[in-house]
Write a protein that binds this ligand. Structure first.
Ligand code: AMP
Ligand code: MG
Length: 402
């Protein structure tokens, strides 16, 4: 077990332990938001045949050197046309966007540059070869343009359809158990005893897992009881691919997640040099990866964002840029000062917005790690290196939450 590791080291250790991933083929209409589990190649050229980019006339460029030339109309090519006239010297074929280029034509005159009279068309503008979309200019049959590990967005689903795939192989969403631990926790909606609080983390973590393309399995809340926690972790290890707990990982007497993991589990790291979110642990329980997130709500969200989310991406076989993510790394000019943390990367809540050519950051509420409102009233996190404060006007690295 390593204790007190940097965020980078924590991720390195976690990434040594992937969730086993499986593939399932899903219809294209259900694929958006999933992650591709193998490379897929195009079954066709795109475009499949030379076609027109504009409504107008398919002509021979050489015939249209002088404005006012009249050409004989030989027919029409519309999208889906199978039978096409040939275009000979002095001839033009009416053509629609996406329609095949008739044999003999090598350029398009747009409809706005033409005038029809009886069976002749007068050309009043340039004939442009560039308005012909060439067979295979976007994609060649057999080329792999969607790579394993890619998060499928609406455009990639359209691209898969263009390539001729009705269904595609995707990563089966990871089943992730989400367990809240603490005697004081009660589900929202119930009457609270004097020392009770509404439990919130499992709802947030559940939503974060879903945002990352996983299948969250929120379990009943567990009181501070080693026996009940053991049963819950065993159930979770049997039914899920990985486990996330929240609470009970610090140094307190009742920090039973840490205690049970020390005695009966396998801890790979404990404590990360970050603020907020210092106490997380990672390891295995009965062979299944387990993240013990802190109980403080902001800490739980922040640790999920910077540690659990990239680890899930790695398990899915995605690159950082191509897989699901919760934030984008940006440079921000701060309009407020921020206090860093000695020896720890500091993720203060900031609001990021565009101001002219730059992104600017401000901070507006109390930053306590128990204040989940601060995650709602801000949309970003600073990435202040260990021991570095930020003055007003400084440019810093930050995460812009999606
Ligand atoms: P712990 O890590 O168990 O010491 O908890 C730290 C703080 O987070 C305490 O104030 C807890 O009451 C609070 N907390 C722990 N778990 C949750 C949860 N699931 N939802 C909301 N607050 C929590
Ligand atoms: Mg607790």
């Amino acid at each position: 077990m390593e204790i007190g590791v940097s965020l980078e080291r924590a991720l390195e250790i976690a990434n040594q332990l992937k969730i086993d991933s499986y593939s399932e083929t899903v219809p294209l209409s259900e694929a958006s938001g999933r992650v591709l589990s193998s490379d897929i190649a195009s079954k066709v050229h795109d475009p499949r045949f030379d076609n027109s980019a504009m409504d107008g006339w398919a002509v021979r460029e050489a015939d249209c050197q002088e404005m006012g030339t009249a050409l004989r109309i030989v027919g029409t090519s519309q999208a889906g046309s199978e039978e096409l006239p040939k275009v000979g010297p002095g001839e033009a074929c009416s053509i629609m966007t996406g329609a095949p280029i008739p044999e003999g034509a090598d350029a398009i005159v747009i409809v706005e540059d033409s005038m029809v009279e009886d069976s002749m068309v007068t050309i009043n503008g340039p004939a442009r070869p560039g308005y012909i979309r060439k067979r295979g200019e976007n994609l060649l049959e057999g080329s792999v343009v969607l790579k394993s590990g890619t998060l499928l967005n609406p455009s990639s689903v359209s691209l898969a359809a263009t390539m001729g795939h009705a269904e595609i192989p995707t990563v089966v969403p990871f089943r992730i158990a989400v367990i809240g631990v603490g005697d004081e926790l009660y589900p929202p909606g119930q009457d609270l005893p004097k020392a009770g609080i509404y439990e919130s983390n499992t709802f947030g973590i559940e939503a974060l897992v879903r945002k990352m393309g996983g299948s969250p399995q929120r379990q009943d809340l567990i009181p501070d009881s080693i026996e009940k926690l053991r049963d819950a972790l065993d159930d979770a290890a049997n039914s899920c691919d990985a486990i996330i707990t929240s609470g009970g990982v610090s140094m307190g007497k009742w920090d039973i997640v840490r205690e049970i993991m020390e005695k009966e589990g396998d801890i790979r790291f404990w404590r990360v040099l970050m603020r907020p979110g210092g106490p997380p642990l990672f390891g295995t329980w009965r062979g299944k990866p387990i993240f013990g997130l802190p109980g403080n709500p902001v800490s739980a969200h922040v640790v999920f964002t910077v540690l659990v989310a990239p680890w899930l991406v790695n398990s899915m076989g995605s690159e950082d840029e191509s897989g699901p993510r919760l934030a984008n790394r940006v440079r921000v000019v701060m309009q407020d000062s921020l206090r860093g943390a000695p020896g720890k990367i500091c993720l203060r809540r900031i609001s990021i917005r565009q101001d002219g050519d730059v992104l600017v950051g401000t901070t507006n509420t109390h930053q306590g790690s128990g204040n989940i409102h601060s995650m709602v009233s801000h949309n970003g996190l600073s990435l202040l290196p260990p021991g570095e404060d930020c003055d007003k006007g400084d440019t810093i690295d930050a995460l812009w939450l999606c």
